[in-house]
Design a protein around this ligand. Structure first.
Ligand code: 5GP
Length: 189
């Protein structure tokens, strides 16, 4: 999506540790009109997939997930980061290694909100090594629902998570794929 690439070039900042900061429109302040454009793009990519639910992860995936869901007329479920060590048995749980913090945490989704027969589109703001996506895929699988694919706003292609999943036959659509970045330049696939 050219408009997203242009917005990343205009407003993005590359931080040490291969972090791309887009706080002006996606991760802190939200540019709602632009989010809705991204949501429309996601809705058109998955228009013929019979999506019944969007699954994302708190907190930064929620905005883009809501934008896509508004266009697709489906609910959003967001996986919650589990705060305690015990996992209740009314949730599906998976472990995720955090890209930004380096730690591992558990994410949970209530069994009430994902069901066999659901066709789940996984949506997130960023894709790096793919751990968040793998965790959400696992939760979908545990529920008996089907993951039809993933829609990501910004994929950092050089970190390999997206291509690894594509090579396994999983559909991953990213609105912008950064293949190289430094503090002076950002190159897209
Ligand atoms: P992964 O699990 O694919 O390694 O990383 C994806 C998750 O880490 C996303 O949910 C996102 O919140 C966070 N993340 C990874 N890379 C970046 C980045 O460059 N910038 C921001 N803002 N978040 C990132």
């Amino acid at each position: 999506m050219k408009a997203l690439e242009q917005k990343i070039l205009n407003e993005g900042k590359v931080l040490p540790g291969n972090i791309l900061k887009v706080g002006s429109f996606l991760n802190h302040q939200l540019d709602v009109a632009f989010l809705m454009e991204m949501g429309e793009e996601i809705a058109s990519l998955f228009a013929s997939d019979g999506v019944s639910k969007i699954l994302t992860i708190e907190a930064s995936g929620i905005a883009i997930a809501v934008a896509a869901a508004a266009k697709m007329n489906v609910p959003v479920v967001f996986a919650k980061k589990n705060k305690t060590s015990n996992i209740p048995d009314d949730v599906y749980a998976s472990e995720v290694k955090s890209f930004t913090h380096g730690t591992t945490y558990k994410v949970v989704v209530s069994k009430e909100f994902l069901n066999k027969g659901d066709r789940v589109l996984i949506v997130d703001d960023f894709l790096a090594n793919g751990n968040a996506l793998i965790g959400l895929k696992e939760i979908t699988h545990l529920s008996g629902a089907e993951a039809v694919g993933a829609a990501i706003a910004i994929e950092k292609g050089f970190q390999g998570g997206g291509d690894a999943l594509r090579n396994q036959g999983f559909r991953v659509e990213s609105l912008a794929i950064v293949d190289e970045m430094s503090d002076t330049s950002i190159k897209f696939r």
